[in-house]
Design a protein around this ligand. Structure first.
Ligand code: SDX
Length: 428
């Protein structure tokens, strides 16, 4: 591949540097385009625009490949556990046993949140959506750890903030659920691993002794691993651009949570279940909904289908689909929504509209089926996505800060009114 490309504007030729990544991806480096030519580029939605160079996650949308720090997602989902994958994403390597034990202990010892958090928490109406509670309480961590606001923090101080986020967000998430249910809050336990502790805080009640189910722990580890990072998606790009102003990591993560909430992004897992329920309640006429999804005059879209990058199967969807069968059979759960999902997938993948547009099931299509079988309510599905994506957001923020990237500030093409004089209201 040549190391420059030529751009001809008004008869003048400009040399544009070409950069090639470790997986052979090529890019035109337009960092000095405006200085050279006076032109900017326009790419609404950034469908063709790289925002950074990153060594964290590689995905190939055509081949359905996803790797974290070079390790295939299929191997990590099968053999690793979430906190180890979090370490890999954030620090760039698999930990030794000693490093991993130290990391797990550090996270365990920070799972408590300041007791004043309950005062904020009690201020939310009972039926508050847990994503709004989560993003607000994550932002509030700057109040309990004001030194986190200082942009000149040392690596040790930053690592403590990272551990606090990994440790406290499951507690906050479980409390958001308990608050919505009107149940008493459960405090974290130091004798439980990361996923067991979350399930305990979510489902333990004073009236019964909560038994940790290894099937649920395994399913949760797998789902969190599959959601842990996905290069420059909407919420990760949000964390990077908010973090580029040197605000606290807590506020950048809170921004990421809010971006993830949207139904076109992480909110899709909740929207998928609502869609499957609607199809079931409407008599299960799947063809009707497949046709609705194609009607440009109908706002209905097949939630959980399609992807900005994957123009082949989302590798995570394949793993989650198999896990859904495993978990439901182990739990003895018969969910009609799973049958509808499978039939919907089969019909859509034969329909020219979806085939021509390379629309396949994505990570959100089956994940809600498993969460529901685990007893997690629909409104908590995107919170589960946020729990999984947290180490990816942290890793991407850390890379952006360590590479001393400038504040993000895109350009635009102005299409409004040209200059005109103000007219006082008395003369209008
Ligand atoms: C996630 O980016 C990431 O990596 C995200 C994510 C991650 O891990 O961070 O993978 C997580 O967000 C997964 C996506 C979850 N969202 C959904 O499932 C919502 C439903 N999907 C669509 O809204 C859509 O597919 C997007 C938002 C996911 C992608 O949209 P794009 O890339 O902007 O594509 P597009 O909207 O331009 O669609 C291209 C064509 C259009 O038709 P035409 O104008 O060519 O005729 O495909 C159609 C769209 O109308 N289309 C769909 C469709 N998705 C796209 N038609 C019906 N149903 C759908 N789901």
């Amino acid at each position: 591949m040549a190391d420059t490309a030529q751009l001809i504007i008004d008869g003048k030729t400009y040399e544009i540097p070409v950069i090639t990544g470790s997986e052979g991806e090529n890019a035109l480096d337009i960092s000095s385009l405006r200085a050279q030519t006076g032109y900017v580029t326009l790419d609404i939605g950034y469908k063709n625009t790289g925002a950074t160079k990153s060594a964290i996650t590689f995905l190939d949308g055509e081949k359905g490949i996803l790797r974290y720090r070079g390790y295939p997602i299929e191997q990590l989902a099968e053999q690793s556990e979430f906190l180890e994958v979090a370490y890999l994403l954030i620090f760039g390597k698999l930990p030794s046993k000693e490093e991993y034990d130290e990391f797990k202990t550090a996270v365990t010892m920070h799972t408590l949140v300041h007791e004043d958090t309950r005062v904020i928490f009690d201020g939310f109406p009972t039926n508050s959506h847990p994503m709004g509670v989560l993003s607000s309480l994550v932002s509030s961590l700057t109040a309990f750890y004001p030194k986190s606001i200082d942009p000149g923090r040392t690596p040790d101080q930053i690592n403590r903030t990272i551990v606090r986020l990994l440790a406290k967000i499951p507690t906050i998430a479980a409390w958001a659920y308990k608050g919505e249910m009107g149940h008493p809050l459960n405090y974290p336990r130091n004798d439980l691993d990361y996923c067991s502790n979350f399930l305990y805080m979510m489902f333990s009640l004073p009236t019964t002794k909560y038994e940790i189910d290894p099937v649920l722990v395994d399913a949760m580890n797998k789902l969190l691993i599959l959601h842990a990072d996905h290069e420059q998606n909407c919420s990760t790009s949000t964390v990077r651009i908010v973090g580029s102003s040197h605000t606290s990591l807590y506020t950048a993560i809170a921004a990421g949570i809010n971006a993830l909430w949207g139904p076109l992004h992480g909110g899709a897992n909740q929207a998928v279940i609502e869609m499957l329920e609607a199809i079931r309640e409407d008599g299960g006429d799947i063809q009707k909904y497949v046709k609705k999804a194609q009607d440009k005059n109908d706002p209905f879209r097949l939630m959980g289908f399609g992807h900005r990058v994957y123009k082949n199967f989302d590798p995570r969807a394949k793993i989650i689909k198999k896990a859904a069968d495993d978990v439901l059979s182990k739990l003895g759960v018969d969910d009609p929504c799973l049958d509808i999902a499978k039939e919907l997938e089969e019909i859509a993948l034969k329909d020219p509209y979806f085939v021509d547009r390379n629309l396949y099931p994505n990570v959100d299509f089956y994940s809600g089926i498993i969460y529901r079988a685990m007893g997690i309510p629909t409104e908590m599905f995107t919170v589960m996505f946020a729990l999984g994506r947290l180490p990816g957001w942290i890793a991407q923020w850390k890379e952006m800060r360590e590479n001393q990237e400038p504040i993000g500030r895109p350009r635009q093409i102005y299409t409004g009114e040209t200059e005109r004089d103000y007219v006082p209201i008395s003369k209008r």
